[in-house]
Design a binder for this molecule. Structure first.
Ligand SMILES: O=C1O[C@H](COP(=O)(O)O)[C@@H](O)[C@H](O)[C@H]1O
Length: 257
């Protein structure tokens, strides 16, 4: 099935209303799964880590989640020094500092550039830890419960950029020439996204409209990587009205307001 045919669009008029809706949906999923056992989610950097993640932590906490059962991974991470403000880990760690009972060892960081490994070794090590920790698999890839993705104005997601998709030999890949700085990154691959139960994408603001217009025209994954996202149970786009072009509303079959 094509990306657009399986996509569920969740629209809110404002960013704050969207953040609340996403937080409620993620919290509901996490609370239900943490009541049964360990839960593995992957998160993104950028506006997701800045705005959406703190709200998710607050709503899940208010809903009584058992944070001790939650493991947090990175959909992608910038390969920079440990204290660089470009490192998504810093924002994610700050958000999780407000999660009562969260186990710091359950925040699975990618190695930093000053930890004596290169970006290829960092990607390999991250894949090893994923395989060792996430016991559920799908088609050989670790099966995460939910991957929370962002999307750039060029249609990239995680660190999967147009015209330079990595080979899919492992569940992670190294990126050495990202068009968006910093140039070196570690990313989950499409196979790992597809193995997850849910992939939910967060996109806000008018700078995302052009990419979402492209999405509606059924482009190649190489031209618009966000259209390569698949999951076992649902692929959702959480977007505010400013980000959504009319073409996308027309092309999408499942819409929630
Ligand atoms: O570089 C990145 O950009 C994307 C999109 O960020 P946003 O601020 O435009 O939402 C992000 O999802 C990704 O994790 C990050 O490395």
């Amino acid at each position: 099935m094509s990306f657009i045919d399986s996509l569920e669009l969740v629209e809110a008029e404002s960013v704050s209303a969207l953040d609340t809706k996403l937080a409620e949906d993620v919290a509901e999923l996490l609370v239900a799964r943490a009541a049964i056992g360990d839960v593995h989610i992957a998160v993104s950097g950028g506006s997701f880590a800045q705005r959406a993640l703190p709200e998710i932590v607050a709503v899940a906490t208010a809903a009584g989640i058992d944070w001790a059962r939650v493991h947090v991974w990175f959909a992608d991470e910038r390969f920079v020094a440990a204290d660089s403000p470009d490192r998504s880990l810093l924002l994610v760690r700050d958000a999780l500092a407000t999660a009562p009972g969260f186990v710091s060892d359950h925040l699975h960081a990618v190695a930093s550039a000053d930890s004596a490994v290169n970006v290829h070794e960092a990607a390999t090590r991250y894949a090893e830890v994923l395989h060792a920790t996430v016991t559920r698999t799908h088609a050989g890839a670790p099966a995460l419960d939910c991957i929370l993705l962002g999307m750039g104005p060029d249609g990239h997601t995680a660190s999967l950029f147009p015209g330079m998709l990595p080979t899919e030999s492992e569940c992670t890949a190294a990126v050495t020439d990202s068009p968006k700085p910093p140039s070196e990154r570690v990313t989950l691959t499409f196979g790992t996204l597809a193995a997850a139960d849910h992939c939910w994408i967060y996109a806000t603001g008018s700078s995302k409209q052009e990419a979402l217009t492209t999405v509606a025209s059924n482009p190649s994954v190489d031209a618009c990587p966000i259209t390569g996202v698949r999951a076992q149970q649902s692929v959702r786009l959480y977007a505010d009205t400013a980000a959504i072009p009319e073409d996308l509303r027309t092309a999408t079959k499942f819409i929630q307001n």
